[in-house]
Design a binder for this molecule. Structure first.
Ligand SMILES: [Zn+2]
Ligand SMILES: [Zn+2]
Length: 460
């Protein structure tokens, strides 16, 4: 299937909003415009074969003292005010051909007589226009002798090299269409992202209120279920992976699979029926729909990115101008197709939403791996359970096991973190009770010996 067709089908299949579809890369229009670009270049004798030959010659410096080989440079200039977003700047493609002039006459066997004639006329009439400085990124196709940016480069023979900027109408049009569209998609994406972030904030507030433990038994029970939901969600790593084996952003296909895995797990563990509050049930629906919306944005972004890559490849195939490597670089500096919506939205989900339901993992003592209760915050800011610190100081261990600073012996009553203790009692009552019991058991064993536990049972 041709890509144009595939692209259209992909847009239909995903059932994107019409507004998005209207913004999609106009692949067909660009293809038509590319035809005109090709024709324009052919008419002046700079067809893809000629340009490819010129480019290839750059890599083979001439053996004898012949004048530096003729070549061309092609780059996209960014016209625009400095400091302004790159998306508002205009791209101006510039094709510069280097020709040899011998007494004002173009000589080059690689060009057809009519092309030589055309370039010679341009060179002579455009003496002023060629005065422009050459940007540094045009080195790719430049003969070494021309890298100084001089308009006329003296060489050992009687010839000199002239830079001629070739005016191209449809080439400029092509990039105008493409760039406009890329920046439209960027704007749309920004808008959708803002919408999504608003929804996340609202959901965070809604959820925070619903499961606030002081609201009663149902809230406490729901809080526990939400903790399991978010644990699964974090494990699913829907949009990113932090694992070494597959580190980084996921493709949308992977994200679809991961999101499905998460939803399946929630169903399998019958977590939704366990939510006792209506507000919790609604919150879960909203949570899933925010994730689906983010996924849709990423899918739209992905297929448009493919469309851009495809059309640029086609451009290079038809013209040999080598633009597919420069366009993404020029555009990447702006927030366009390559910006990290997923990263931004996920970061927001974790600060606004997932943090509403504290995860036990964040409150464990790094020594005993149980909840850090009573919490003691050392002067180095690391938190441990009081029990572990007592044991360490008995062994005369002075240094914090996390940062090695000499803080353990300095810990006093003022290091007991009462706020954190209250927070832990509120959000992890079960774990706190368990930890208190374990601490007591340990202390009793220390006092009465290891047999204490079984003895205790006998008495009961
Ligand atoms: Zn501990
Ligand atoms: Zn420390």
């Amino acid at each position: 299937m041709k890509f144009a067709q595939e692209f259209r089908k992909a847009l239909q299949r995903e059932a994107f909003p019409q507004k998005w579809v209207d913004c999609a890369i106009p692949y067909g229009q660009l293809k038509k415009c590319l035809k005109k670009v090709t024709k324009e270049l052919q008419e002046i004798g700079l067809d893809k074969e000629t340009l490819a030959r010129l480019a290839a010659d750059q890599h083979q410096p001439s053996s004898d003292n012949a004048p530096a080989d003729l070549g061309f440079s092609y780059h996209l200039d960014v016209d625009g005010v400095k400091g302004k977003a790159a998306e508002s700047a205009r791209l101006r493609p510039r094709l510069t051909v280097f020709i040899h002039l011998e007494d004002g006459v173009a000589v080059d066997a690689k060009l057809s007589p009519s092309t030589r004639d055309f370039l010679q006329k341009l060179a002579l009439s455009n003496t002023k226009a060629t005065d422009s400085t050459t940007p540094a990124d045009s080195k790719l196709f430049m003969p070494p002798a021309a890298s100084s940016g001089d308009q006329e480069i003296p060489s050992s023979s009687a010839t000199n090299i002239r830079q001629v900027e070739v005016p191209l109408v449809f080439d400029a049009e092509f990039f105008e269409i493409l760039q406009n569209d890329v920046s439209n998609i960027g704007a749309l994406q920004k808008e959708e992202q803002a919408k999504l972030e608003g929804q996340i904030v609202a959901l965070g507030e809604q959820l925070g209120k619903a499961v606030e433990p002081s609201r009663g038994r149902k809230a406490k029970s729901d809080l526990d279920v939400w903790r399991q939901i978010f644990e699964l969600y974090l494990e699913a790593r829907v949009f990113f992976s932090s694992r070494e084996s597959d580190h980084g952003a996921r493709t949308t296909t992977q994200a679809v699979d991961q999101l499905k895995w998460f939803q399946d797990q929630v169903v399998q563990r019958k977590l939704i029926p366990k939510l006792k509050l209506g507000a919790s049930q609604t919150a879960f629906e909203n949570f899933v729909s925010i994730n689906s919306a983010l996924l849709a944005i990423l899918k739209f972004q992905e297929i448009n990115r493919i469309a851009v890559t495809k059309i640029l490849k086609k451009f290079d195939k038809r013209t040999s101008l080598g633009v597919s490597s420069t366009f993404p670089v020029v555009v990447r500096s702006g927030r366009s197709l390559t910006s990290s919506v997923a990263q931004d939205v996920c970061a927001q989900m974790s600060t606004e939403l997932i943090s509403v339901v504290p995860q036990l993992d964040d409150y464990l003592c790094p020594i005993c791996f149980a909840i850090a209760y009573w919490p003691v915050k050392l002067h180095c800011q690391h938190v441990f359970c009081s029990r572990c610190l007592v044991k360490m100081s008995r062994k005369n261990e002075r240094h914090c096991p996390l940062c090695r600073s000499d803080t353990i012996m300095l810990a006093g009553l003022e290091n007991f973190d009462a706020d954190r203790a209250a927070f832990l009692r509120k959000y992890f009552p079960k774990e706190v009770k368990e930890k208190i019991r374990a601490n007591e058991r340990e202390r009793n064993q220390e006092i009465f010996g290891p047999a204490h536990d079984s003895l205790h049972c006998c008495i009961m």
